[in-house]
Design a protein around this ligand. Structure first.
Ligand code: ADP
Ligand code: PAZ
Length: 721
């Protein structure tokens, strides 16, 4: 199982590496030409605190602190340089701002206006981005960092922001993984940065704990093709087993924040699958190898129990005839060459062998420590349905259902996130789930199971790419292979069911994670009974008929929305082009979600509508309903004096009710009534107000709130957002 000297305890782990690290740090901390150590502040998030002042009332518990000299454009980068892949997590404070936003901010700055948040720094609003490169293509990674100037954020010098860089001021970036040692010189040479090395196991645990505590719907189970998100109770998270399947596999018992023990590991991991697979199949990429496995039949390569027992089960010990008795065992008894075997079969056999093995070793370790929950991370998992099913199957089978395999959406980024967390004062650790909002770049549609298109910086590029895409007439598909349930019952390693003709879309070249928007100003509605279990989505789209219904609603409504969006931008040719591109991108994402509702995490109706907004914004439609809003505002203002007279004539109680109903009428009511939407087309907002107060039936009072006739498709026409 393990048999290696790898079971290092947290307290003595990596002493040598640490020592070497320490020496380097000592050198770093000495100011040149002096014996005095300088304060090593460069590993902190770079906040310019000069001129900081409390704004407003000093007695307040959390007064706003104004940082007048703080640049908003902080980027912050952490790396995990592994045996196979380099993972980057970087933070951008205010990326992609319009010049207008910048102007507003500089005005605010000039007049000393804070961002309005009651919470004070150091909690930062911004975005966390996740990117990966192959370690063998280190130069691409360096080019990326350099092009985006991500390493700038590592420089703790106010003067940097004004453009001068003192010669002796070294940029320091947090990094973990073996490559932080191996490639330290290259980083120094190419980017002039020093890698501040963090222990890999520390980082994996910190990353996993952060994700499990801070991100809603981070963990999920995957059994027989079914993905189910698991709500983790923060107070009942520890202990758990963390299995990181990277090039090799580390198995860690986690008891708390910073409290863990690496209890085992195995050298048969992701590197084994990819390395052996490449040699045996001549595949050019990991994804190609994984894709091949989808068409494989491992019984051509593996020796099954039935092969040994003349087609019979060995039921006495619980093994069916189709159970793999020996991976690749069939290849010894035949006088065949490698070329006589189908690469597809080899890939599948290898994938099953390694996944089962990892599942089994993990289970044994869970058993050893009495743990019920096993979280699997690392890029070997690749969001790949069949891999996850296989691992889950092994854990379930061996533990007789006592232990559970769970997977993490940010599977490959645990280490990089942990390295990021090791920057002091980024404030991330105190952010809570509701302050992290995940958004997906909507510009590039999904074709053949892959999100296509280059990383587009410029909208024109995005549109011209979209045009090419349309010209080609490429069919938009997002196949989700779901073979019929294939287990025969007597146990053993049967074939898990999520296998089919093509790779699942979330195992495509793109990552199935978005950008994490950190919004520290978001607060939980104080009257919620239990914010932890509150689910804002009243319509759960994991019910496929519900999803189909909404897919149809949104698709049918799309031309109308595009027309409005184009009109909102003056109906110009450019707006038409953008509208067309938006429609294609959004349709492609809808198609993907139809095939795989959980592709972007747990999906509810609110997410779908938010996704549509996001997509509109990506094609630079600021507000598709602006012209209608203007029309409504004008109409409302015209009748406002009469309305005020009417309200004034009421007694206080009546008036309050009328006011509340009026506010709701314009917002909630239109979500539920076809009649209301008809009014939009014929009348004005004020008419809706009057109608809602007089004779229209309120949909939320109807016996069947979820009745689809009441929840008409027209409710998506609402523009109140
Ligand atoms: N594009 C890819 N290129 C190479 N390996 C990949 C790729 N995508 C997934 N993998 C798998 O992920 C493994 C690396 O996982 P990762 O968690 O990044 O570990 P490491 O830190 O060792 O690089 C590879 O060994 C391979 O099995
Ligand atoms: C040495 C490693 C920690 C490096 O991490 P990786 O780059 O594979 O993510 C890992 O490969 C590992 O745990 N290997 C297993 C070695 C063993 O326990 O047998």
């Amino acid at each position: 199982m393990d048999g290696t000297p790898n079971n290092i305890q947290n307290d003595n782990k990596g002493e040598k590496l640490k020592e070497c690290n320490k020496k380097e740090e000592e050198v770093k901390e000495m100011a040149p030409g002096s014996s005095a150590p300088i304060h090593r502040s460069s590993s902190r998030l770079q906040l310019d605190l000069s001129g900081a002042a409390i704004q407003g009332n000093f007695e307040e518990r959390n007064p706003t602190i104004l940082l007048p000299n703080q640049s908003d454009d902080i980027s912050h980068l952490a790396l995990d340089i592994g045996g196979s892949l380099i993972k980057l997590v970087y933070f951008s404070r205010h990326e992609e701002q319009s010049p207008d936003d910048k102007r507003k901010r500089s005005i605010k700055k000039r007049f000393g206006i804070s961002n309005g948040s009651r919470r004070s720094y150091p909690i930062l609003g911004g975005r966390l981005h996740f990117v990966k490169f192959e370690t063998g293509k280190l130069n691409e990674c360096l080019d990326f960092i350099s092009a985006k100037q991500l390493h700038r954020g590592g420089l703790d010098s106010p003067s940097w922001h004004s453009g001068t860089r003192p010669e002796d001021n070294t940029i320091i970036i947090k990094a973990t993984g073996g490559g932080a040692y191996k490639f330290a010189d290259v980083f120094k040479e190419r980017l002039g940065v020093s890698l501040d090395k963090e222990d890999e196991m520390d980082c994996l645990v910190a990353g996993a704990n952060f994700l499990l505590k801070a991100i809603r719907h981070e963990a999920f189970t995957h059994m027989e093709g079914q993905k189910e998100f698991v709500q983790i109770d923060h107070n009942d998270l520890f202990p758990y087993l963390l299995v990181n399947v990277g090039s090799g596999v580390s198995i860690i018992k986690v008891d708390g924040d910073g409290k863990f023990q690496r209890v085992s590991g195995t050298n048969v991991g992701g590197g084994t699958y990819w390395g052996l697979g490449r040699l045996l199949t001549k595949c050019n990429s990991f994804d190609e190898l994984l894709e091949l496995s989808q068409q494989g039949d491992n019984s051509n390569v593996d020796m099954l129990v039935g092969d040994i027992y003349g087609g019979m089960d060995y039921s006495k010990i619980g093994l069916s005839a189709s159970t793999i008795a020996s991976s690749f065992g069939k290849t010894i008894s035949e006088s065949k060459e490698l070329s006589d075997y189908r690469p597809e079969d080899i890939s599948l056999s290898l994938l099953r062998m390694i996944s089962y093995n990892i599942g089994q070793i993990s289970y044994l370790n869970a058993l050893r420590y009495g743990l019920k929950r096993i979280f699997f991370g690392g890029f070997f998992i690749r969001g790949h349905a069949y891999t996850m099913d296989t691992i889950s199957f092994a854990v379930h089978f061996w533990s007789k259902g006592q232990a559970q395999a769970m997977f993490l959406r940010h599977e490959g980024f645990l280490g990089a996130l942990g390295a990021f967390m090791s920057y002091e004062k980024h404030g991330l650790d105190v952010l809570r789930a509701h302050q992290l909002v995940e958004r997906f770049p909507m510009g590039a549609p999904c074709v053949g199971g892959k999100i296509h298109g280059p990383p587009l910086g410029d909208l024109n590029e995005k549109i011209s790419w979209m045009e090419k895409f349309v010209q080609k007439g490429t069919e938009i598909t997002a196949p989700v292979p779901m073979a019929p349930p294939g287990t025969t019952g007597v146990g053993g390693f049967e074939r898990p069911s999520s296998r089919g003709n093509a790779l699942r879309s979330d195992a495509s070249a793109a990552l199935n994670i978005g950008v994490l928007h950190l919004v520290p100003t978001l607060e939980v509605f104080p009257l919620l009974a239990d914010p932890k279990i509150y689910e804002p989505n009243t319509i759960d789209l994991s019910d496929h008929s519900e999803l189909e219904f909404w897919f149809m609603v949104l698709s049918e409504h799309l031309p109308d929305l595009v027309a409005k969006a184009v009109a909102s931008e003056g109906g110009t040719d450019d707006a038409k082009r953008r509208g067309d591109a938006f429609a294609r991108a959004f349709s492609a994402h809808l198609a993907r979600l139809m095939e795989e509702p959980a592709a972007y995490g747990k999906l509810g109706l609110a997410n779908l509508l938010e996704l549509r907004e996001e997509c509109l914004r990506e094609f630079q439609f600021v507000d598709a309903y602006i012209t209608i809003k203007q029309r409504e505002n004008e109409a409302s203002l015209a009748v406002l004096p009469d309305l005020l007279i009417e309200l004034d004539s009421m007694n206080e109680e009546e008036r309050l009710l009328a006011l509340i109903e009026g506010v709701l009428a314009a917002n909630i009511f239109d979500w539920g009534s076809r009649a209301c939407v008809d009014l939009y087309h014929k009348g004005t907002i004020i008419e809706i107000y009057r109608m809602s107060r007089k004779k229209m039936q309120r949909p939320w009072r109807a016996s069947s709130y979820r009745n689809k006739d009441l929840l008409s498709k027209d409710k998506v026409n609402n523009y109140s957002g």
